[in-house]
Structure formats: structure tokens, C-alpha cells
Design a protein around this ligand. Structure first.
Ligand SMILES: Cc1cc2nc3c(=O)[nH]c(=O)nc-3n(C[C@H](O)[C@H](O)[C@H](O)COP(=O)(O)OP(=O)(O)OC[C@H]3O[C@@H](n4cnc5c(N)ncnc54)[C@H](O)[C@@H]3O)c2cc1C
Length: 257
């Protein structure tokens, strides 16, 4: 075999394994039983660098590769697969804001997200748009310098406990497909944001999964990531890495393989 991990990559995996043993493993079953979302431990993951794993160094992240992210998530998931799955989503959202937010948006949110002071949710799926995500119906109508957002998002990981929602919403015509979608950062405490009850799940209960509805939610146009109509492309780029991340969590607790 002509492939081997570098010493740095081995050290990263070892640091993640240490964190999993010290902070996750012995609590995972209890968190699941109590449906407890361990925000304090997630913040400590931030102190260890695990909340900005592939966010560029210029934005305060570790700027690591997808391979290195997988090595870390594999090890963290050995401690608690559900918490690690949420960590992957937070990393994805942080990377999206860092990559396509304007300077002011980055400065406002990215350092807090890397530190775990602000947690993120990725809001793509809708009650009528799951696998066929490009058919999403949540609308963002421009009024002056603001978007007015209405619609609902389903199965949102972390919902109710997160602060930063990256919402994929239609800014184009109703039949504009993937090209009519924009990605917009919505503070979770904005007026008109409502979080529904927790979904019943088999396992994975240490991260809440809920519907979020948006009823005339107003945000500045400057909260948009990139240009109008680029949101679906960003959402898919996020998932390109997100799928590797989730697959890496598959190696979680050996007893559950
Ligand atoms: C625990 C959990 C956490 C989640 N977290 C998030 C999150 O944070 N953010 C977010 O946006 N979403 C999240 N999701 C949503 C997830 O991405 C969707 O469940 C997924 O995209 C599938 O959509 P759906 O559930 O509507 O299934 P559907 O699209 O209704 O699909 C149901 C089944 O039909 C199959 N199918 C669908 N269309 C076709 C077709 N054309 N041909 C053949 N087969 C087809 C699918 O493969 C699947 O097996 C989460 C889901 C879960 C369960």
C-alpha cells in the first residue's frame, strides 16, 4: 500500500480519541436516555478545535482537509455518534458562513461558531421537499434592504438549541428550481421563528431534531451567503463534505456496528 497517515494526522486522530474518551463515551447512553443535548461538551469541543475543522485558517478555523476531518469524526463517534453527527453539521454550517458570507457576517458569526458560543443548524429539508430538495417552497421575498422569509423546514438537527440557521429559501420564481434558491443566515431568535416539538427517534436522541417554521421573518439582505440563486449550489457543496462526515460517524461505538 502506498498510502500512510502522516504523524500530524495520527496526532489529530489521537487527540479526537482522547476527547471522545474523556468527554463523550461515559455520558452517551445517559444523554440518549434523557434526550439531553450536551451544549457544554460541544463548547469544549470548540476549545479543542473541533468546531472549525475545515473552516479556512484565515477565518480562524483549523483549515484541515476532508480526510483529516474524517479521521477526527471517526474517533469522536466512538464516544457518542449522535453528538458527533451534530458536530459534523455545525462544522458544515460554520464552513458555509466562513466561505460565502460577506466580511461583516463572517466577523459577526464565525469566531463565535468556532468557539461554540453560537451553534449552527442547516435548514434545507421541508415537509414536501426531502430527497427532491430543489423543489423547496420556503420563500424569501425582498422588501428594500430585507428579506421576508416564510415557510417551514423539517428534521432540523440541533433545532431549538442552536443560534444560527442557514436557510435555503426561494428568491426566484416558484418554478425556478435549483437556480432560484438562496442561502440566508437567520438568527434563531429572530421574530417569527418557531421551533416545533422534538421528533420521536430510535436512538440519536442527544441531538434534537425538529420542524422550524418561519412566519414573515425579516433579515437584512446582507445575511445572504454569496449571490442570489447560488444557495442550492452551496447547500450541495456543504453536503458533499457532509456525507463524508456522516459516513465517518458510521464507525461509532463498536457495540452498535
Ligand atoms: C435524524 C435526522 C436528522 C436530519 N437533519 C437534517 C438537518 O439538519 N437539516 C436538513 O435540512 N435535513 C435534515 N434531515 C433530513 C434528511 O436530509 C432527509 O430525511 C432526507 O433528505 C430524505 O428526505 P425525506 O425524509 O423527505 O424522504 P423522501 O424524500 O420522502 O424519501 C423517502 C424514500 O423514498 C426514496 N426516494 C425519494 N425519491 C425517489 C425517487 N425519485 N426515486 C426512487 N426513490 C426515491 C428515498 O431514497 C427514500 O428511501 C435529517 C433527517 C434525519 C432523519
Amino acid at each position: 500500500m502506498d498510502f500512510a497517515l502522516t504523524d500530524d494526522q495520527k496526532a489529530l486522530a489521537a487527540a479526537a480519541a482522547d476527547f471522545a474518551r474523556a468527554e463523550l463515551a461515559e455520558h452517551a447512553a445517559d444523554w440518549d436516555a434523557r434526550s439531553h443535548f450536551p451544549v457544554d461538551v460541544i463548547r469544549r469541543a470548540g476549545e479543542a478545535g473541533f468546531l472549525g475543522i475545515y473552516t479556512p485558517e484565515a477565518q480562524g478555523g483549523l483549515g484541515l482537509s476532508r480526510l483529516e476531518a474524517s479521521l477526527i469524526f471517526e474517533q469522536l463517534a466512538q464516544g457518542c455518534i449522535a453528538t458527533t453527527a451534530y458536530l459534523t453539521i455545525h462544522n458544515m454550517v460554520t464552513w458555509m458562513v466562513a466561505s460565502w458570507g460577506d466580511d461583516a457576517l463572517r466577523e459577526r458569526y464565525v469566531p463565535a461558531m468556532i468557539a461554540g458560543e453560537a451553534l449552527g443548524s442547516y435548514c434545507l429539508t421541508e415537509p414536501g421537499a426531502g430527497s427532491d430538495a430543489a423543489s423547496l417552497k420556503t420563500r424569501a421575498v425582498r422588501e428594500g434592504d430585507e428579506y421576508v422569509i416564510s415557510g417551514s423546514k423539517m428534521f432540523i438537527s440541533g433545532a431549538g438549541a442552536t443560534d444560527v440557521l442557514v436557510v435555503m429559501a426561494r428568491t426566484g420564481a416558484p418554478d425556478s428550481g435549483a437556480g432560484g434558491v438562496s442561502a440566508i443566515l437567520v438568527p434563531a431568535d429572530a421574530a417569527g421563528v418557531e421551533v416545533g416539538k422534538k421528533e420521536e427517534k430510535m436512538g440519536w436522541k442527544s441531538q434534537p431534531t425538529c420542524l422550524i417554521s418561519f412566519d414573515g421573518v425579516r433579515v437584512p439582505v446582507t445575511n445572504r451567503l454569496g449571490a442570489e440563486g447560488e444557495g442550492f449550489k452551496f447547500a450541495m457543496k456543504g453536503l458533499d463534505g457532509g456525507r463524508l462526515n456522516i459516513a465517518s460517524c458510521r464507525w461509532g461505538p463498536p457495540s452498535r456496528r
